[in-house]
Design a protein around this ligand. Sequence first.
Ligand code: SAH
Length: 329
Amino acid sequence: MLLEGQKKYRATQLFTWIYEKKATTFDEMSDVSKSFREVLKQKFCLLKPKVFLRQNAKDGTIKLLLEMEDGAKVETVLMRYNYGNVICVSSQVGCNMGCSFCASGLLKKSRNLTIDEMVGEVLCVNDILCEENGERVTHIVVMGTGEPFDNYENVIDFIKIVNNQKAFAIGARHITVSTCGIPDKIIRYGQEGLQVNLAISLHAPNDTLRSKLMKINRAYPLKVLIEAVKQYIADASRRVTYEYILLDGVNDSLQDADELSELIKPTFAYVNLIPYNEVTENEFKRSKNAKAFMDRLIKNGVNCTIRKEFGADIDAACGQLRAKQEKIL
Ligand code: SAH
């Protein structure tokens, strides 16, 4: 670290000034010695991302397009569940995973987000909540643009910061990382000793279909993915959630439901069925079979729910707002 060799209490001081007192300059940090403030000024800056665009939905959802120091734009969403304020954080600028149904991948990855930029996403939303409602962010899902396990180290450090008592103190069980399925990182994640949740974007019950929908499956087929999930469960003693977007006529038949049940049975997982947010760029349509699909999974002994939808009147689909701004959609 850049501040190696400093006393521990310095870190506490800085965390308090940044997260609790919301300092915007080092000079405000009155209990920090002048000489140390000079060191800080030379090495760091206290910049937050700029809110480039904001959309408010009727249901209270807020979608922000944030601008980073180099001009990169990133989507962050606040959703208001009855159990808390959930922020959906992006982990990369663009995405290289190339899932055929997803608008985020329309803009290829230009770079990873840094730890402070991801923390900046939370800071921006937290400030809005605090000023406008006297509330704060209570849950985090790393489900925005990008593949978090393609930016592994930064995402783990980000989690440690938001989880820290002196920063946002968001409980590990209130933090979820979603991956398209990178086996070695799934295993590593299970060995971190963090009590954070893991969600896997599955979206298909067999390799033929999954490889068509998700490029990553060509590199890591389902057998390898499921083995990694089993290892994760053994190491972390935590259950995983599978995300499954229901696409009309593609993966939503009762036969698909049966095949899916068989596939995931050994991992005792929970399935989150996702209503598809249609994007004009592709042909995929939202399934009309969601209830029957869910009932079939339940009949097969699989725990599942249909994901609640937010922000129906704004650009809710992943990557949609940014792609529109960059004139892709
Ligand atoms: N790369 C990670 C996290 C970002 S995507 C992952 O793949 O999990 C977060 C979730 O949103 C994934 O399950 C993704 O498949 C889903 N998603 C992408 N586009 C969507 C759309 N148009 N409608 C609904 N869900 C979508």
